[in-house]
Design a protein around this ligand. Structure first.
Ligand SMILES: [Zn+2]
Length: 600
């Protein structure tokens, strides 16, 4: 597609085909006492349809103080109307325009429960002395803290002034982040066009440590040193990605490590990845998360899904690229292990999902786009791209992908734009190979084509044997191997054991490998799930501590789902959730409410 043609986005009220916002100026107070952002947004727009008389914006729960337009160089009141709120989409804000209007100013404040913001008490931070704020705008939460055209089809530049208490630091996914200076007034400028879901803000007691000439890490002072050690390979990852897919186009790449309530592993906010502290394993074993968020600098942030039905264009590409970066930096065996575990994750999803949710080009009409955020678009999308690589050869496929990123740079596209480009630039040059790609089946049908790649890993094959031996009562190989195994190998071992295991066998495992005590979040999660299934009471306290201290949805959702399968478990889930819920992010609360019941 060529900008600015727009496809219908069922998750936005905006009318960008008539009036299209191009630049946003934010001026906001970060008010920790009232848990609100308050101030104004000036929206600069173009008018592709000069006869259109209304600007339509997305909002969710915003208090609109007033709207103004420029008349004779001075601001004057503009008529506006806030429509009825839809439970998924929020409320449309319509502003009446006169001929010649090219900007409006909206005075507004967020509400304390804004779905895109989490306000943390000092007790929920590592330092325990200062409050903390962070945003999560994807998929349609930007509208809960900025009145915008909240569709990924619309890209804007922005600038912002933020005021915080003078001893705190504010950051945005933009230029202007402080590397030490404090003072309570911060100015930002985002020169690259981005969709609203990539707008990001954070504030708290935040320190900085450089990683390289154009990268660094932000975190609370007690965490920043550990984070810098964990992420020391970031520059090498950037260099690897640039060799494969062309220049990094966002100037700087920094990482902000958030408190543990962050509901996701990472969020690819341009220039400033937001990351969960649960990847700080101490041995760099979980840093493929950074490879993933960095990969989004090409797939997702540079070439963007224009609607949430095209989410696989963001996540399938990114998962594929993540493994290519891991291969360059950590070698083919590590990348192979991640691909094998990825296919296992996908098969688990396929066993669980309804047919309609197994389709890459998913229909999300009438649904919250957060419902489409399963592992499916990540792993099925990555397998599809891997199958193209295998069929056309790595050299040709790499050149194709690099051309794709150049061709669609800073644009938002739909699945049909990709498939048209694929046909013209890869298939047409080799009709013979192209016939072996079941493209329609990959895009539009549930399940996996029979020809889908089956990644394999020698190391994981050995571990699978050790798991079989252990199951058959021969624990020697596992006992000898486990202490030296990587996180991936440990996960594979645990996943390959029968399920459920009886209590004596769980006890034997725990005794041999200290699983209840592990601090590695991925291994702990896998173990707690097994312990629950087998009714192993010795890890009950650890389970509660894990669920109360961590809000990452990938971990807590399956554990609560497992708990509620029995009556006694449901009672425990309720008791734990009563303690945990006040600390969870609104997105995790919404998820767990559905599982446990909001009356918890
Ligand atoms: Zn991603």
């Amino acid at each position: 597609m060529t900008d600015p043609s727009v496809r219908r986005d069922v998750h936005s009220f905006a009318n960008p085909d008539e009036v299209r916002v191009r630049h946003v100026e934010l001026d906001l107070d970060v008010d920790f006492g009232r848990r609100i952002l308050a101030g104004s947004a000036v929206l600069h727009f173009e008018r592709p349809d000069s006869s259109a008389r209304r600007l339509l914006l997305d909002t969710r729960g915003l208090e609109i103080g007033g709207v103004e337009r420029i008349r004779g160089g001075a601001w004057s009141t503009a008529r506006h109307e806030l429509g009825a709120a839809d439970p998924i989409l929020g409320a449309p804000l319509a502003v009446d325009l006169e001929p010649g209007d090219d900007r409006v100013r909206i005075a507004y404040a967020t509400r304390p429960g804004a779905s895109g913001l989490q306000w943390l008490e000092p007790a929920q931070t590592a330092g325990k002395r200062h409050p903390f704020l962070f945003s999560q705008s994807q998929a349609i939460h930007a509208r809960s803290w900025v009145p915008v055209q909240d569709t990924p089809a619309v890209r804007v530049t922005y600038e912002a002034t933020l005021r915080t208490p003078s001893d705190l630091v504010a950051l945005m996914g933009a230029a202007g982040n402080s590397t030490g200076e404090r003072g309570g007034v911060y100015r930002f400028r985002m020169p690259q066009r981005i969709p609203a879901y990539l707008m990001a803000i954070a504030a708290g007691d935040i320190a900085f440590a450089p990683l390289g000439p154009r990268s660094g890490v932000y975190a609370e002072p007690s965490v920043v040193g550990r984070a810098a050690a964990e992420f020391e390979d970031t520059e090498r990852m950037m260099a690897a990605a640039e060799r494969l897919y062309g220049a990094y186009r966002w100037d700087r790449y920094d990482i902000l490590v958030l408190p543990p309530s962050f509901p996701f592993g990472g969020m690819e906010n341009p220039r400033l990845t937001f990351a969960t502290p649960t990847v700080l394993a101490g041995d760099k074993s979980l840093v493929s998360l950074i490879a993933h968020e960095l990969a989004h600098s090409w797939s997702g942030n540079l070439v963007t899904n224009a609607t949430w039905s095209d989410f696989w264009l963001n996540e399938g590409f990114t998962t594929y690229i993540e493994r290519r970066i891991v291969e360059e930096v950590y070698g083919p065996e590590t990348a192979a292990m991640e691909a094998v575990l990825g296919r296992q994750d996908l098969e688990d999803e396929l066993a669980r999902l309804e047919d309609r949710d197994e389709i890459l080009h998913i229909d999300l009409s009438g649904r919250d786009p957060d419902e489409g955020a399963t592992r499916l678009p990540y792993e099925k999308g990555a397998l599809f791209l891997r199958s193209l690589e295998e069929i056309f050869g790595r050299a040709r496929f790499d050149a194709f992908l690099r051309g794709y990123f150049d061709h669609f740079a800073f644009q938002s596209i739909v699945t049909e734009d990709f498939t048209a480009y694929l046909r013209a630039n890869l298939f047409d040059g080799d009709r013979g190979r192209a016939t072996s790609v079941p493209l329609e089946e990959w895009m539009e049908r549930p399940g996996l084509p029979a020809s889908a790649p089956r990644p394999s890993s020698e190391a994981l094959g050995r571990v699978a044997h050790a798991a079989e031996d252990w199951t058959a009562g021969r624990p020697a190989a596992a006992k000898a191997g486990f202490p030296g195994w990587t996180t991936h190998e440990r996960l594979q071992f645990l996943r390959r054991l029968p399920s459920p295991l009886d209590v004596e066998r769980l006890q034997e495992l725990d005794g041999a490998f200290g699983l209840t005590a592990t601090e590695n979040s991925e291994v702990a999660f896998q173990w707690l799930l097994m312990a629950l299934r087998g009714g192993y009471g010795a890890s009950d306290a650890r389970l509660e501590q894990f669920l109360v201290s961590i809000g990452r949805r990938k971990f807590i959702k399956p554990l609560y789902e497992e708990l509620v399968k029995t009556d006694a478990g449901r009672e425990r889930a309720r008791a734990i959730y009563r303690k945990a819920r006040p600390g969870y992010h609104p997105i995790s609360v919404e998820t767990v409410d559905r599982i446990v019941g909001s009356a918890a």
